[in-house]
Design a protein around this ligand. Sequence first.
Ligand code: GLU
Length: 447
Amino acid sequence: MDCKKYINDIIEKLERENPGETEFQAAAKEVLISLVPALEKNPKFIEEGVVERIIEPERVVMFRVPWVDDNGKVQVNKGYRVQFNSAIGPYKGGLRLHPSVNLSIIKFLGFEQIFKNSLTGLPIGGGKGGSNFDPKGKSDREIMRFCQSFMSELARHIGPDTDVPAGDIGVGGREIGYMFGQYKKIRNANEAGVLTGKGLTYGGSLGRTEATGYGLVYFVDEMLKDNGLSFQGKTVVVSGSGNVAIYATEKATELGAKVVACSDSNGYIYDKNGLDLELIKRLKEVERKRIKEYVAVHPEAEYHEGGNIWSVPCDIALPCATQNEIDEASAELLVKNGCIAVGEGANMPSTLDAIEVYRRNKTLFAPGKAANAGGVATSALEMSQNSMRLSWTKEEVDAKLKNIMKNIYVSSKACAVDYADGRDLVIGSNIAGFLKVAEAMVAQGIV
Ligand code: GLU
């Protein structure tokens, strides 16, 4: 069997059958190409049609989300939940609220989630959802009415043993709170395990807020150590200024790095003295302001409206904003300026061409589905605590997170050694994530 041709034929069919879904096509292509050596060693996955089945979501739900704005005007958004794969556990993955959201983006994220969740070693399947609702500039009451309307429909499709949504871009503790309140009211049941990222007063887990950012730095630290390097004394650029960026900055700084830049969708801040993280937390988490306000407090720092944050020289780049934020040219720029490692806090922030640039230049690369799995892993720990009706301390959760990130590195690296050149964590993490799901799918028959 020519596995390369087999995979190329599947990619061609996928592109034909999912026209215009560029994000989904790119994500699927990246994974499928890297599976070739795994299929060569495991022909049973071909006989059982695992690849053909894994690229097709088990279920896609699309729905209307009507709500009334503060002026009494009726607004309508599109709602989505893609339940991609439940072979190893209930569908699990975040909800994204952003004007760019469409079916292609939710399918790409849901597909990535299958492999990411498998890598955590915990029993969670892959799913993703969201809406093209734009939270920017909305009042708290508008956010609440939107979340309630969104959950009025979503509630019938989810449950603690079926599908467990959480946050993503545009969805944090506030939104999860409003959605949980509505779910509880509709179901007349206090099922804490139906959503993760909840507040600490009603079933949330200590350490969940920090988990994606901390987990990213734990993973990159493992990768650096494995190559005789560390964060100590390194200059770091972090894109974004949300939850992932903030806590990646905190942990990298704790490990001795200097984080000099971060961004939002309008522009980026460069502070050569190292970012004032307490100020960023206040601006973003409390006052919900734009990052440009930073320079009002620190006039010595620079704000670049619309500039490219990847032009700032750094040793380590941690893209924590959104997909496709590092293209080929930005990757070239990073390498030219001496960047030795890239760790993805966001989901697929590097384009396929950018990843080729890292490969060519032997830049250490921690792909998102391995490096940012700490968030969803800690969501799974939240589900465990909810099932037990007990809660662990922050230290307990953090110790488990650290261990999980280490294990993800070890298993991805092991597959990189077995199936590739020993360095390529894209191939390593894709195959490590795939093998468990594929075994579970084969065991459960053609369903
Ligand atoms: N949205 C996050 C991710 O991309 C977290 C999902 C979750 O906690 O379920 O993995």
